[in-house]
Unconditional design. Structure first.
Length: 245
């Protein structure tokens, strides 16, 4: 089994295209294989709409691309369903439009300006009109996880000891503890994002590929051969070995 995966994008279309360029260079040598995006297309960055448009068009063109639902993608979709709707995974002191969450940047990419600084009702009305129904439907249908061979791809992680078919969407989109603390065997190698690091890191039972594009960091792309993992750089493949204690 060979597959590619891309970490949390957060509205950075330029970084997304760059990651796909690195994947295309690797595929030119090794042949085609599926590409899995582990979620968080939107928020914080400058062009969430462009990211969604580009991914939707790629899928429509028949690219072998899977896009998973991240917590930010889910917050965006839930926000558009009702003025008082909120994601149950979001801490009570925050709203999707809070500066730390980044929803206002997403709405700005759809032409809704200064969403975090204006009354909620007109912003919501403008947002519902500005975001195409095709985007809302696409966000709603995004899967929570994807399995290929001995590898499971997910946005945030999984609840240890629970079968994939029984995982909740909230856990798949939001979980940190106890997933990040678990050192046992998940029955598959779990590739995820959600918890940003300075660089992709292999922990033996999981690989975190969120390298902080939301905060000015790079966007990680990896290739997996069986259970071997390689970081894709401008110079080509770099082995990503399990971290030792």
């Amino acid at each position: 089994m060979r597959a590619y995966a891309i970490g949390d994008i957060h509205g950075h279309l330029d970084l997304l295209k760059g990651a796909h360029d690195r994947i295309a260079a690797d595929q030119a040598v090794h042949g085609p294989a599926p590409v899995i995006h582990v979620g968080d297309m939107v928020d914080r960055g400058p062009d969430s709409r462009g990211v969604i448009d580009w991914l939707m068009q790629g899928q429509a063109d028949g690219r072998d691309w899977t896009v998973l639902k991240g917590n930010h993608d889910r917050m965006f979709h839930i926000y558009l369903t009702a003025i008082d709707a909120r994601d149950p995974g979001l801490r009570a002191e925050f709203s999707w439009l809070h500066p730390r969450i980044g929803g206002a940047a997403t709405l700005a990419s759809y032409g809704v300006a200064n969403a975090g600084d204006r009354p909620l009702a007109p912003v919501f009305d403008e947002a519902v009109k500005a975001v195409p129904q095709t985007h809302r439907d696409w966000l709603e249908r995004l899967p929570g996880w994807h399995r290929l061979g001995e590898v499971v791809f997910v946005h945030a992680g999984i609840r240890p000891g629970v079968a994939m078919e029984d995982q909740t969407e909230t856990d798949l989109c939001w979980i940190r503890a106890p997933f990040l603390d678990f050192t046992g065997d998940h029955g598959a190698l779990v590739v995820h994002g959600h918890t940003h690091l300075d660089a992709p890191t292999h922990y033996g039972n999981r690989v975190n590929i969120d390298s902080g594009a939301a905060y000015g960091g790079p966007l990680t792309a990896i290739v997996i051969e069986g259970r071997e993992v390689f970081h894709l750089t401008e110079a080509g493949r770099v082995p990503l070995h399990p971290k030792t204690a």
